[in-house]
Design a protein around this ligand. Structure first.
Ligand code: PLP
Length: 235
């Protein structure tokens, strides 16, 4: 079996999981965008995924994400997938990431908004932004804005030059039932859209919980292992 065959099989299986969950939730599978999270995997895998019709990929680290896009160009991929940045971002890296990312899923504080905006303006680009929300009150160390701060961060993004408020994102807390968390995110999205109708993206669900996310109403799932296989032990 070639790597291309492996990836094609992983993709088919993942798309089938999404379609089955959509069927159970009375949703159209076209409403759900699959973002394949390619962190730790080589650019050659991303090139194969693009060949297999993947339109959206995600990475969680700078500069790995930017380097992989440059490698894709070297591999002759002229129309690369959209790049979603899904990882924690230091304020001093925001400008660099805004040069190559299309959507940032991890906007969770004001300082990041300023840096991303400046970077996007400098690069002459418009950057999609999702406000990352953390519903886990038991662990203050987790990435994400607390729910009470979401409106303020969203308003800052919406007002910032070079940035577009696309919606909200969350990562379900480890070891807890993800369904209620995804339901809260969808509720928050509905509320946010009354002030920002354009913010329609609900990014939720990974390999272990994509069904729960689709059933709750996610518009974007972020899936790594289910497509690419288990990552090495480093992450
Ligand atoms: C790695 C990662 C994913 C994908 O996780 P899998 O378990 O490999 O599907 C999704 N979202 C974020 C933020 C990630 O860092």
């Amino acid at each position: 079996m070639t790597r291309r065959d492996e990836l094609a099989a992983g993709l088919a299986e993942t798309r089938e999981r999404i379609a089955r969950a959509c069927g159970q939730a009375d949703r159209d599978p076209d409403e759900v965008t699959l973002i394949v999270i390619t962190k730790t995997y080589p650019a050659t895998d991303v090139a194969l995924l693009a060949e297999l019709g993947v339109t959206d990929v995600g990475e969680n680290r700078h500069p790995e994400a930017g380097r992989k896009l440059a490698e894709l160009a070297d591999l002759g991929v002229t129309d690369p997938p959209r790049m979603h940045f899904v990882g924690g971002l230091q304020s001093n890296k925001a400008g660099a990431v805004s040069r190559y990312a299309d959507v940032i899923h991890s906007v969770d504080r004001s300082r990041l908004v300023d840096g991303l905006s400046r970077g996007a303006i400098a690069a002459g680009r418009t950057l999609g932004c999702l406000v990352q929300v953390d519903f886990d009150t038991t662990d203050p160390g987790r990435a994400g804005a607390v729910p009470a701060d979401v409106d303020e961060v969203a308003a800052q993004v919406a007002a910032a030059e070079g940035l577009r408020l696309d919606g909200v994102m969350t990562v379900a807390p480890l070891g807890a039932d993800p369904a209620p968390v995804f339901a809260q995110l969808v509720q928050m999205s509905q509320r946010l859209r009354s002030a920002h109708p354009e913010a329609t993206v609900v990014s939720a669900g990974m390999s272990g919980d994509l069904e729960d996310a689709v059933k709750a109403g996610a518009t974007h799932v972020r899936v790594g292992r289910s497509v690419l296989g288990e990552r090495g032990s480093t992450r």
